[in-house]
Design a protein around this ligand. Sequence first.
Ligand code: SF4
Length: 412
Amino acid sequence: MDLLNTLVDKGLRRELPTREEALAVLATSDDDLLDVVAAAGKVRRQWFGRRVKLNYLVNLKSGLCPEDCSYCSQRLGSKAEILKYTWLKPDEASQAAAAGVAGGAKRVCLVASGRGPTDRDVDRVAQTIAAVKEANEGVEVCACLGLLSDGQAERLRGAGADAYNHNLNTSEATYAGITKTHTYADRVDTVQKAHAAGLSACSGLIAGMGESDEDLVDVVFSLRELDPDSVPVNFLIPMEGTPLAKEWNLTPQRCLRILAMVRFVCPDAEVRIAGGREVHLRSMQPLALNLANSIFLGDYLTSEGQAGKADLDMIADAGFVVEGADEVTLPEHRVDAAAGCGSHAARGCGSHEGQGCGSHEGGGGCGPCGTSEPAAESDEARTDPVAEPNEARTDLVAVRRRGAGTDLAPNA
Ligand code: SF4
């Protein structure tokens, strides 16, 4: 297929595909799907080999958010029956993080619901970062606290944060239909603040909110321009009690095409499968490791993921290896560029080709919207016929009831 040969060549050279080429990936037929995965897999292996980076989420503060992001179970007015709690103490967060690190995670993502942190919140998170780093030598810490005010990114960087996550989520054109309490420009601004402060930028999207192919290509091209080091790809988990509860728009095949398109557009960025992996990719998760080089281990913010052991087994069975704490995640050219910028703390956090320092990254809101996991399938689910495309798989969505904010052990 000429299209795929062209995209592989461009990906190996870190050359931007055209919008038409990116759209064509999303429009490929099921007959061509394995060829698409194989082509994007070549690009993935060129920059990341067969390594899979594991990341671990710690929800520092859950629910009760004043913002109205339609996809989010923690939003204003959400009827989702999620865990709701205020700030974890530093030692509680550190304990949760340690479980993820023991399970193989090299990055811990400290996430808090809310529009953005107060200066007091930043102090609090600074103490938590110190506790996590003291107890887990060499761990990378990413903060995800919402919109940042002037100076806060620098304070987080000074406190030892390696990265900051803020997702763009969707295209600029559709953003106002998803969230009314802040803007797309607010999100871009926070990513740029994080990058300017020397934090490794992490910014991605949520697919499955009713957007068009053009919207998906728009947001991924915007991300390429912001040039984050990591790009989380969330697949919407339509949580009951949120405005998007009926938006079951994704199939495993669609998810694979989206991941392939992201890989072709952002060939040397850490592409991470985030929320919705188990719900939407289902038994196709191992195939997706040919496209993404990073996943979350265990549970998500407000929903449960598959058992951490199942994540590790899947990686090994598919012929991939968990990236070690002493391995550098990003390709050398990105690391060198970061060093040239005098930024980025942690090993493994890369840089930004081409565009000097002090810029980039978009992000916004909170990280991986909650997702679930195929906890053990019920007898009823096992006897169901094969799921039709776009069937609502509410049987695969489980609200998180363990780990941070509970007395039960975390899943890692
Ligand atoms: S994504 Fe973040 S800012 Fe938006 S409603 Fe959820 S917790 Fe609040």
